[in-house]
Design a binder for this molecule. Structure first.
Ligand SMILES: [Zn+2]
Length: 618
């Protein structure tokens, strides 16, 4: 059903009320009968999708889509495109990128209109076999969307594969890719034997969960954990030589230790898809059942972050693509699917990415502890936000600094649970047992996990220990995490370094003319002492001229050794240029890090080793 169902029914109801007053009863009855049919397509069979992308369509960044099917019953055909791609929790409405929508039966054009903004209504007028053609503009560099270059494109099934409305999603279909003979196709979709360029899946969920890369790229494969793994990267040559060898080495280290958590590698093949484009700021990757698609700024090549993202996305193949909160089973594509469990689906996946790297030998213990300390610092810098609330709010992209907090904070919650389970069971069980138990008892049974099932599994792993208080404080609540109690249980401790650095104590913003305006002067700061006022235009700090609001690092680097020295500050106030006489002041700042406690008890040491090595047992 579409998300516009309710307003449409309301409209029908209004029409009925009007008719009841003025119109003949026969027409009212007709309207009443028509209402339910409006959200269900005529039954369709034999669905075939064909997508053409070649050097000609690339010129206009267009995917040419043809959808063919047989009409197996009366009524109009209703075709819908998804509003979102699972894993990318935001509504984008892929119908936005559709043009030249043309349904035909043989040589005959068929009448059509829009039923709502992502549903097309086609009148078969007796036709038994219909082909719908449309153009899809592939102009968005986002892994949930579609993007074309002169010799390459990627797209997701959610972008280009419409489904019959209101008929369920358990229908098989084929997807044929038409492209230049010399171009390659990479996808996790099953290929149809003897039919080059044709793929097939048994239901719509799988059809839209296997993105395609088409064009010129580097593409090779290797056996990892006894299963074929492929690496497809664009542009050709971007990930080559040493960097490609390192990527393969990391993939080879990560998959076996992740498989060990669940004691199975649940795919026939897995495709790692990586795109490098300098217009892309940072990096972003999106998980699928047997592939993931990452987009990276080329500067990421050679950085450990590539292995970290790869470990995260591959772990998703178990956690979220298979083991998933009941709120998101099955996926529905026409509206949001809010859940309070993204701290497990994303946060705990991020914890396991760190674990996979240390267990696989990609990083060492210091690096693991460094990443954990970074997450603690990130959470400390964000407004106190409950994990459940952060998960729930992701669909609206909060602006208060809590967006995506369920990644680092959920990762830390997973770390705490791991420590508490190992501590309660004398390291006989761990968070791995929780993940594996739920994977078997819910995913393998064809359903999602509930809150009761999650906490029951945690309690069972911890030998009956209750986690009600933990959930109330640290998952549903906003209490700071109790590191001073948790860390010693795993033979770890917080070490604090006190750093002396110059601080001016001014917060600023840019005005529309690009000037740096002081918005806040911290009480007792060097800035206040010099007489800087809120509203001043900041011009210079000593010999540093101020051109943007990010002058702090420059200031600290320049004056780090000049405690007590004079500092001339130039500002503009009420049209006058003033020079204020201040002083450099070094201020202590405490920087926390995690370290191994070499004096930890035998039990705590065992727990720490168990986390780092992925082992349990006395
Ligand atoms: Zn993720």
């Amino acid at each position: 059903m579409t998300r516009t169902e309710a307003p449409r029914l309301a409209l029908v109801r209004l029409a009925l009320a009007a008719l009841a007053l003025a119109g003949p009863p026969a027409r009212a009855a007709e309207a009443q009968k028509a209402a339910p049919a409006a959200v269900q397509s005529a039954p369709l069979t034999n669905l075939r999708y064909e997508i053409t992308f070649d050097s000609t369509t690339a010129e206009t960044r267009t995917l040419k889509v043809a959808v063919s099917f047989d009409v197996a019953g009366p009524g109009p055909v209703l075709l819908s495109l998804p509003a979102w791609t699972p894993g990318a929790y935001e509504l984008t409405w892929f119908a936005r990128w559709v043009g030249n929508f043309t349904p035909t039966a043989g040589d005959r054009s068929l009448a059509w209109d829009k039923l709502d903004y992502d549903t097309w209504r086609i009148q078969p007028a007796g036709a038994k076999s219909i082909t719908v053609r449309f153009d899809y503009l592939a102009d968005t560099l986002d892994n949930a969307m579609a993007w074309a270059r002169p010799n390459f494109a990627f797209f997701n099934g959610t972008n280009v594969l419409p489904y019959p409305e209101g008929r369920g999603l358990d229908f098989p279909a084929t997807v044929a890719i038409r492209t230049e003979p010399s171009w390659l196709v990479a996808t996790g979709m099953q290929s149809v034997p003897q039919q080059a360029g044709t793929y097939r899946e048994g239901n719509y969920h799988d059809l839209v969960d296997k993105p395609f890369l088409v064009g010129r790229m580097d593409y090779d494969s290797m056996q990892v954990a006894g299963v074929w793994t492929r690496l497809a990267t664009f542009p050709a040559g971007a990930l080559a030589g040493q960097a490609r060898a390192k990527m393969w080495e990391d993939i080879g280290k990560v998959i076996p230790v992740e498989s060990a958590v669940f004691q199975e590698t649940p795919w026939k093949n897995y495709t790692v898809m990586m795109l490098f484009d300098s217009s892309f700021g940072g990096l972003s990757a999106l998980e699928h059942t047997n592939s993931h698609l990452g987009i990276y700024n080329p500067q990421a090549i050679g950085s450990p972050v590539l292995a970290s993202v790869t470990a995260h996305e591959i772990f998703h193949a178990w956690n979220v693509k298979r083991l998933r909160p009941a709120d998101m089973v099955p996926y529905r594509y026409d509206r949001t699917e809010p859940t309070v469990w993204l701290w497990v689906s994303e946060g705990i996946t991020d914890y396991y990415a760190d674990l996979a790297l240390i267990r696989g030998g990609v990083i060492n213990a210091d690096q693991f502890l460094g990443q954990t300390a970074d997450k603690i610092a990130k959470v400390a810098d964000a407004p106190p936000t409950a994990l459940e609330d952060a998960s729930l709010s992701t669909w609206i992209h909060p602006t208060d600094g809590s967006q995506y907090l369920y990644y680092p904070k959920g990762s830390l919650a997973g770390f705490m649970l791991d420590v508490l389970i190992r501590d309660a069971s004398d390291n006989r069980r761990s968070l791995d047992d929780v993940m594996r138990t739920l994977y078997r008892s819910t995913w393998k049974a064809g359903r999602g996990f509930t809150a009761a099932e999650w906490w029951r599994a945690v309690t069972a792993a911890a030998g009956g220990k209750s986690f009600g208080d933990f959930a109330a404080r640290y998952v549903d609540g906003r209490e700071p995490y109790p590191w001073r109690q948790i860390l010693p249980l795993a033979g770890l401790r917080v070490a604090a370094d006190t750093i002396l650095e110059p601080r001016i104590g001014l917060a600023s913003t840019l005005d529309s003319a690009g000037r740096v305006i002081v918005r806040q002067v911290m009480p007792g700061s060097a800035g206040e002492e010099a007489g800087v006022r809120s509203g001043d235009i900041l011009l210079t700090l000593g010999d540093i001229s101020i051109t943007d609001t990010d002058f702090g690092p420059k200031f600290r680097a320049r004056f780090g050794k000049e405690d007590g020295q004079p500092l001339a500050i130039q500002v503009e106030r009420a049209g006058q240029r003033l020079t204020l006489n201040g002083k450099i002041r070094l201020v202590p700042r405490v920087e926390s890090r995690l370290e191994i406690d070499s004096a930890a008890s035998a039990k705590a040491t065992k727990i720490r080793d168990g986390i780092f090595n992925g082992t349990t047992g006395p």
